[in-house]
Design a protein around this ligand. Structure first.
Ligand code: ZN
Length: 288
């Protein structure tokens, strides 16, 4: 995890006082804020949390006589955002446009493609596209941490791999908004509690139904399981084909992309990691 990521996680966890002051269930609201943070749609209370959590470091920096950002180096983009209005705007998710505005934008793209948005076959297309977008990007409205919050402790001391293979990944790349489709294999080694297995698939779905890079998606799945369940280790392997590569640009039809993320025992225990890879590769000669 990068310093910025770790810091945002810290800020999100430390935000309970602010949440209490605002009312509402801190557990749920903290989960929501953490989810927002992962998406860099930081809310005003979160920014306040980041700012107050950052205050002690800022005074250490100024005591050393340097500027705060110089003190922390280039990685501290969130810190820059506290003082730079343009960077702050980049952190803020703008208000959702109205349905009419979204449909008008689709008509613009239809005309940009070279067609006539007013011809009969295309009249209802903007409405359908906007509706489809709701489904493609429904992950922004869901909270992966909340999905993993209900755990079961009565597992008779089970302490080995729990793995879900071949979870469908239907996502869109954030660079071209083109679909990328594939499979995710996710495993964890529980410490004392396990989670309903469908919830792991749900976490993959929530992160997939946002604009993504495959690398970010893979890391987010692992981070969410780590954050919500504190298992002994997490392993995630995603294999996907990106339409921005098959249908445009280089037009390579048979190239798939594999990304992996390991933490805890999967990082330190090579045998365990190899077992995960073998289980993920089962029936898939490509990975064998
Ligand atoms: Zn792309």
């Amino acid at each position: 995890m990068t310093f910025t990521g770790a810091f945002l996680g810290l800020a999100a966890r430390d935000s309970s006082t602010i949440l209490d002051a605002e009312g509402g269930n801190p557990q749920t609201r903290r989960g929501k804020i953490a989810a927002k943070t992962r998406n860099l749609g930081a809310s005003a209370p979160l920014r306040a949390g980041v700012k107050s959590a950052f205050a002690p470091f800022a005074s250490i920096c100024s005591a050393k006589g340097g500027s705060t950002s110089a003190c922390f180096g280039k990685k501290v983009t969130v810190m820059d955002a506290l003082t730079d209005p343009r960077a702050l705007a980049a952190l803020e998710t703008p208000a959702r446009p109205t349905q009419e505005e979204a449909e008008a934008a689709v008509r613009t793209l239809l005309a940009w493609a070279g067609d006539n948005p007013q011809r009969e076959g295309l009249l209802d297309t903007p409405k359908r596209v906007v509706k489809a977008y709701r489904e493609y990007f429904s992950g922004y409205e869901a909270d992966p941490i909340a999905e993993l919050s209900r755990t079961f402790e009565d597992v008779q001391g089970y302490d080995d791999i729990v793995m879900l293979r071949n979870i469908d990944v239907e996502s869109h790349c954030e660079h071209h908004m083109a679909p990328f489709l594939g499979k995710a294999h996710v495993a964890y080694v529980p410490t004392k509690a396990v989670v309903g297995i469908s919830k792991i698939a749900r976490v993959v779905e929530i992160f997939s139904k946002r604009l993504q890079t495959q690398e970010t998606l893979t890391a987010q799945i692992a981070d969410a399981i780590n954050e919500a369940m504190a298992p002994a280790g997490v392993a995630v392997l995603v294999e996907a084909v990106h339409q921005c590569m098959t249908m445009r640009g280089v037009h390579h039809k048979d190239v798939s992309t594999i990304t992996t993320q390991f933490s805890g025992v999967f990082k330190t225990d090579r045998d365990l990691r190899d077992r995960f890879i073998r289980l993920a590769a089962k029936d898939e000669r490509r990975l064998a």
